[in-house]
Design a protein around this ligand. Sequence first.
Ligand code: ATP
Length: 369
Amino acid sequence: MAQVTLKNVFKRYDNKVTAVNDLNLDIRDKEFMVLVGPSGCGKTTTMRMIAGLEEISDGTVQIGDRVVNDVSPKDRDIAMVFQNYALYPHMTVYENMAFGLKLRKVPKADITRRVNEAASQLGLESLLQRTPKQLSGGQRQRVALGRAIVREPQVFLMDEPLSNLDAKLRVQTRAELIKLHRRLGITTIYVTHDQVEAMTMGDRMAVMKDGLLNQCDTPMNIYTNPVNMFVAGFIGTPSMNFVKATLVKGANGYTVDAGSFKVAAPPIDDSLLAQYAGKPVIFGIRPADIFDKSLKNPVEATEANTIRTLVDVSEPMGDIVTFYLTAGPHQLVATIDSETKAKDGEALDVVLDLAKSHLFDPETEQAIR
Ligand code: ATP
């Protein structure tokens, strides 16, 4: 079993910067866990502590049943693929992949078998005799992966392994990595600052900010139930809309009053809403949950979910149009089906899917739920 467990892990630099702050994380056997967050949030530091390249200031890191705090990187049974996947330029693909095994004095027949197996898994068979400079960026990246796979490690650590690839190759290699993980079933921890990678690749993802773990769950649960405004805004593109409003209790239940528009409150327990009655809240709704009233929509328009907006700018994207709308002083982004006839500078009535909307506490920025 190669689960990886971080318990109360801290990393302090010079007793000043707390790069990782009391991190608790349980990565299950065979799981693909994505660590995601903005630059400087502590992702790489976390990986380097798991790898043994960085000392742990406090807490424990466990791989399988073994606490590895004092185990050297080469004895942790992990393989790493990092952003700068430096291949040895004077060695062939075969030699690059075999090198680590040779150092470990693995018998030659085993090396040949493992390299050939990895090459076939990664579609590198025909490239084994080439040198890195005779390869494309994507092929080089696959060799770097191959070098990790031949080690048959218990755990893969990948730190932004796709960041040197162009957009198209990134998407392609992303899919290959997912397939590879399904085939090999090796516990994988994958660092990225790209929320699309995090959404599409991980069984679960851990969203970090300023050294703190904010939320760890499946991508879908995080998308639908973010714990705070940071997670809500970071995951999903375009970002969730946030509108300053007041929660008002009326005869027919609670209303979100944003001044220039009023809508019914999201489906949140009345006892919770009662605590915010008459108080400021932040109303959150994703661009994909806003619809053009004049089209056929999954939600029926009612007085309680429809608002009048003005189209500021629209950006056709093919299947959808991204609209930048205003409703009084508020700005809203909406991704609407391209059937829409709405035009820049014109009024547009939009329907909000309030079942998918959110409320946040303006002070703590935590979700009210
Ligand atoms: P990025 O996506 O930019 O790589 P990250 O999330 O991986 O960022 P880390 O590299 O883990 O972030 O850095 C976390 C914090 O620790 C940052 O504030 C960084 O400046 C700080 N830090 C990292 N290494 C050191 C160091 N050797 N000495 C002091 N501070 C450091």
